[in-house]
Ligand binder design. Structure first.
Ligand SMILES: [Zn+2]
Length: 315
């Protein structure tokens, strides 16, 4: 086969992502968290002509000693053994089950694996993850473990990477990530979020951009551009984690911003292009999204994976 054809074939099928059926944990039907979105996004991605089904890598559960790099043993044991108090479960926002404990550990490993794949291939993702409200000692806002913080700490400890950038564009501030990584030198956390939205007590990131309710595409993209420029002047990472929350959409039930789907696409393309052009490895993560229907939620989450595919040839 001529070399050029081999190269084309290679480019079309290179991207690998993490996904496991264990990402689903049973919760009541009326619960606001769209637990079926992980499976929906998996179905979408394997239907794409550019996606090779063998590029979907199924993670095992994250090891306890890795989780302990961020979370306290008492919290980890309580999640695993079902020992959380009613108050802790309310703060977490998800009913406890063994399935939830398994799901949470598996999704952390999915992010760790995606980071390794990104370091090899340029861009990768986890069809889950970005659980940025999880604190060392408790879970909150539908987040049990802080996958990004665990991955950052594990990769840095093993010296796979030194400088890590977290770009968190979920509409809710990345309070857990900021708290978990506050003492890490060479880690830059950036959160762009609705200033008046949850969490009401924000934990300072390296750079926070708080947006007014009702912020539209133009205002949002201008603020993003400015922030990306500022970050590039200050910090050149070895690896980027991108939390591509879709709760910035106008149609979101909790978001309070006014982005259109076109604005969301532009946001994801700009973030990914900025670092793909520099050949800096990137990990794409879901974080939050509460569109009116499951189908719309899945479709909006697919935007960043299409954008990831569009930039993969830059690596
Ligand atoms: Zn969110």
């Amino acid at each position: 086969m001529p070399a050029v054809w081999w190269r084309y074939f290679n480019l079309a099928t290179r991207m690998r992502v993490s996904y496991s059926p264990d990402y689903y944990a049973p919760i009541p039907d009326q619960h606001v968290f769209p637990m079926r979105k992980f499976e929906g996004l998996y179905q979408w991605i394997i239907d794409q002509p550019w996606m090779n089904p063998s590029g979907v890598i199924s993670p095992s559960m994250a090891r306890m000693d890795h989780l302990e790099l961020i979370h306290t043993p008492s919290y980890l044991n309580a999640v695993w053994d079902g020992g959380l108090s009613d108050k802790e479960i309310r703060r977490m926002g998800l009913p406890w089950s063994k399935g939830l404990a398994i799901r949470s550990r598996t999704a952390v490993q999915g992010t760790m694996n995606a980071a390794f794949m990104a370091l090899q291939d340029g861009i990768s993702g986890n069809l889950a993850g970005g659980t940025h409200h999880a604190m060392p000692e408790w879970g909150e806002g539908f987040c049990v473990f802080n996958d990004v913080a665990v991955a950052v700490k594990a990769l840095r400890q093993a010296q796979w990477v030194r400088k890590v950038l977290v770009i968190d564009c979920d509409v809710h501030q990345g309070n857990g990530t900021a708290a978990c990584l506050a003492d890490e030198s060479d880690v830059f956390t950036f959160s762009m979020h609705g200033e008046k939205n949850y969490p009401f007590r924000k934990v300072p990131s390296t750079l926070d951009v708080g947006l007014e309710d009702g912020t539209d595409d133009e205002e949002y993209l201008m603020a993003l551009e400015e922030a990306l420029e500022e970050i590039q002047m200050q910090f050149t990472p070895d690896l980027v984690f991108y939390l591509a929350g879709i709760d910035v959409l106008e149609s979101d039930r909790f978001g309070r911003l006014s982005l259109t789907l076109d604005g969301l696409m532009e946001r994801d393309q700009r973030v990914l292009r900025t670092y793909a052009e520099k050949q800096i490895p990137m990990v794409v993560l879901l974080s939050g999204g509460y569109a009116p229907t499951l189908q719309e939620t899945v479709m909006a989450h697919s935007v960043v994976y299409q954008a990831a595919h569009d930039v993969e040839s830059l690596y």
